[in-house]
Structures are given as C-alpha cells and as structure tokens.
Design a protein around this ligand. Sequence first.
Ligand code: DGY
Length: 354
Amino acid sequence: MNKGFVRILLGLLFYGVLSTISAQSVETTMVNTGKRPVVLVTNKETPEKGINKLRLKCDVIFPENHPATRDEILELAGQVDGIMWVGHMLLNGEVLDRGGSRLKAISTMSAGMDYVDIDEFRKRKFPLGYTPIVLNDAVADSAIGLMIAAGRRFHEGRLAIDQSQWTGGPQWMLGQDIKGSTVGIIGMGGIGQTIARRLKGFEIGQLLYTGRRPKPEAEALGAKMVPQAELLQESDYIFIAVPLTNETHHLINESALAKMKRTAVLVNVARGDIVDQKALVAALKNGTIFAAGLDVTTPEPLPADDELLSLPNAVVIPHLGSATVQTRDNMAEIAALNVLAGIAGTPMFSPYPY
Ligand code: DGY
C-alpha cells in the first residue's frame, strides 16, 4: 500500500470514527496490571480533549512550571509510562535514558519532527507518535492568508496608516495579482497538496512543484514537477511546505533568492531554518524579491527588535499555522491515542515512520 493511500485512510479514520473506535480499542488492548499507568504531559496548556482521553486509562501529571524546564521534564520522565511531548524542546536519547525501562511510548503533538532525534528512536525501536494530516487545513489556510497579505502589501498599508502616510492614488500601494500567476510549491506533501487545493479557487495560471519524485496526487491537482531552479525562476508565488532536514536547511539562500523574480512573493509555513533569514532580509531590503509572508522564523520566538520586523514588505506571524481550536483539539487527541496505544504495546494511531 503506498504512503499517500495510508495517509488518506488515516485521515478518513480520524474524521469519521476517532472518538469511538480508538478509545474502545485502547480500552480493550491495554494490559490490566491493576495499576493505572502514568503519563507526563509536558505542557500544562495542552487541550483538555487530549488530557481527557489519557485519563480514560491513565493518571496524568504535568511539570510544575509553565513553560516547563528541561530539567523537570527529565526528572519526571523516569516516573512515567508514557509522555505526550508538547512543544518543540529537543527530544533525544537523553529523554529516553532518563525514562529508563518504565517509559514505553512518546508522542509529540506536531507534524514537524525537526526537534526529535529520530535516529535515536529508530536505533532503540522506541514507539514514537506524531500528529500530521489533521493540521493540513489550518496550516494551508494560514499560507493562503500570508500569500494575500504579502502580495497585496497589507502590512505596509497598515504602517502607512499608522504613520499618517495614507496618500492613495492610482499608483499607490500596488500589489501582485494572484489570478493567472505561476505558483511554486516546494514540498508537495499533505500541506503542499492542501495549499494546491485552496489555490484552485484563485484561477492561477500554472502550478509547479519540486520533490524527490513525481506525486500522482500533485499531478491530479494539475501541478507539474520541475527542477528547483526552474520553480524559483518561474514562480510569482513560492510556498515552502517541506520538512526541515539537513538537506532543506537554508534551501532558500542568497543564490536561491537571486534566481527569483523581483516581483516574487515567498511564503514559509514550514520551519524558519529552511530560509537563510539574513539573506532574506537583504533580498527584501534591496528588492531582489517583492515580499515575504512568514509563519516561521529563526529564532522562535523572534525578538521584537529583529530587523525582519522592521521591513514593510515582510508579513510575519508567530508560528500560528496549526493554531485553531479544532485543530489543536484534534492534535491533542491523536497524541493521546498514540501514547495510550504505545503503553498498551499496540500499534499507534499515527506512528512516526522512522
Ligand atoms: C507542526 O505541527 O509541526 C506545526 O509547525 C505546529 O507546531
């Protein structure tokens, strides 16, 4: 069965029967030792939907501090059977070592796993879950929002009002058209495909994408796979929707930016480190590209005095991609089900494919 198909099946399963089937299967498969397992949830603000799922079968503990310190998480790791790892703190062999033989399963509450030492989990065959798919819609929505905001100069326009510079006129504050444009998506995974589906309503001219191999799902959406250089040169709007790895670190650097059109709009909803931010600031300042819409930056949180924030043609939001009530509830529920399944020694609802 190919991976795409498996993901669609998982998605259908989630939307249709998540609460009933999953809770029941966990109920029936968890080994009854007479003692309730204990799960550490590393962030006190984790949605109740997930916590309640855990409480069906486990006792739940939280770190005292908010945000939690690494030290207290490491300390608590040795006292629990499972961990719901909420946030982007480094998750590595040290956590597994401190968890010792009692710790049976960990699930993150994220799709991106760049802060996880996957090799360590693979080596130990340690059950690891994550929460992709459910956030595709919310992240794609924010990508489209950034595309419009950056292409149509929303931030710059607002600054003009604030600074009493609202002059108006037929040549004032003109932006880039979306209708008829060429759009390039770097990374045609679930989020990239969801962005592509959203774009259908905008009557764009052409959709390009890059990837290791052609994706039938992308071709079905009318997208054409091209080499990266071609995508950079041809696109009016460029979306970054690829995971951060050693290969994608600073994928968009000075030389990549130089290939783009001077009218290009770059949107990043993946991870800040995929873009060389220094090079991007320079490109936005000297007109190498037109504008950028960024949900992710380096570092996060971005200090208020960062130069990026002083640029009128940079629309920057604080990593809000998956930040909707329903999406975060769903992510918390899936992470909880992963942990419960892992503790029970059964396959996770959404295992990380290491
Ligand atoms: C993810 O899940 O990776 C999103 O970036 C939110 O953290």
